[in-house]
Every structure is written in structure tokens, then in C-alpha cells.
Write a protein that binds this ligand. Sequence first.
Ligand code: 5GP
Length: 203
Amino acid sequence: MNKGLLLVISGPAGVGKGTVIKKLLENKDYVFSVSATTRSPRTGEEDGINYYFVTKNEFQRKIRANEMLEYAEYVGNFYGTPRSFVMSKLGEGKNVVLEIDTAGALQVKSQMPDAVLVFIGPPSMENLEERLRGRGTEDESVIERRMKTAKKELGFINKYDYCVINDDSAWEKTAREIEAIVLAEKHSVKRKNVIIPEKNNRQ
Ligand code: 5GP
């Protein structure tokens, strides 16, 4: 069966997930699942491209209507994955990329055990903090909260199937590593209907 693979990518803010995913999406076998969020758009972000920016009321309505595959609260805002897009693209044979936090990733894995969870880590915590400050889009208190959250998230690495390290400006290599993971997963015996000879049949 030529079904797409559900690829869940997490990693602390500032690790460069966005750039890695952009590179990955140059491969037309991959599509990105645009999440819904209640946070405000950052400069340059567009509704329907980066996120669906919705009110808290609208987000809660979506939860009640079972329209979310998963959702989580992150640094005071809600984020969630619309279910119907994911299901229809997997059916079309596309690899669907979710960029979600650790709580959401674990929800997805429990509902869809075939999902592959990849954690993108920084080379060091110092490097991560430098990158967060370099981004210049958040004030000091938000940076502190994001660093605290990052430390918590790193504690979940062992729940993931794979971990890749995104060194400075090495996003192309990181994207290639993720493609290699997907390729290997697609050939994994557990995903194929491999014919297993019956026991004791060998003479
Ligand atoms: P940011 O505000 O920096 O865009 O995202 C903050 C965090 O929310 C990131 O860790 C990101 O991966 C996560 N996130 C984005 N979309 C979703 C989603 O649909 N569900 C969950 N659970 N987390 C998400």
C-alpha cells in the first residue's frame, strides 16, 4: 500500500525547525500541515501559510467538534493540528509534516502509532539561547520562558523515535538526515506486508 508517512517534528524554539522543514518541503512528496493557534502573528507571518490564526472561542469550538487531531497549550497560547487535512493527504500518499510541541507529539503517537517522531536538538543550550536572542522577535521575559520550556522539552527526547542535531547553518544536512529516516522507515519490515514463512516448514 502506498500510504504517506506521518512525520512529527519537534524541537525547542530557536533550533531552526522552520528552515529545516522549508528545505524538506522542496521535495514534493512532503506536505506541511498548517496548525491553528490563538497566538498573534509575528511580523511576516501570514494566515493560512504559517498558521491559521484564530480566537480562543473558535479554537474551543474546533476541539468540541473533534476537528483537532491533537492540541496543546504552549507558553500561554493554544496550538493544534486540523485532522481532516492530515488524513486526506496521507490517503493521497503524501508524507505529512507536523511541526508541533512534545505534548502534541505524544498525543499523535498514541492515536496513530505509525507516526514517526523526530526531535531536532541544538548543539548546546548556549547555542540555542544565542539563536533565540538573535531572532529579535521576542522580549526578555518571553525568551526566559522559552528557554525554560526548551529544557523541559529536551527531557522528552527519549520518547521520540529519532533525534537529529541542527548545527548552525547545517539545515540542508539536517533535512537530508530526516529524508533518510523517512526512507528507512518506509522500508521497515513492520510497515510492509512481508510474507513470513511458516515456522518449522524448513527441512
Ligand atoms: P511558535 O509560537 O514559535 O510558532 O511555536 C511554539 C511551539 O508550538 C513550537 O514548539 C511549535 O512546534 C508548537 N506548535 C506549533 N503548532 C502546533 C500544533 O499544531 N500543535 C502543537 N501541539 N504544538 C504546535
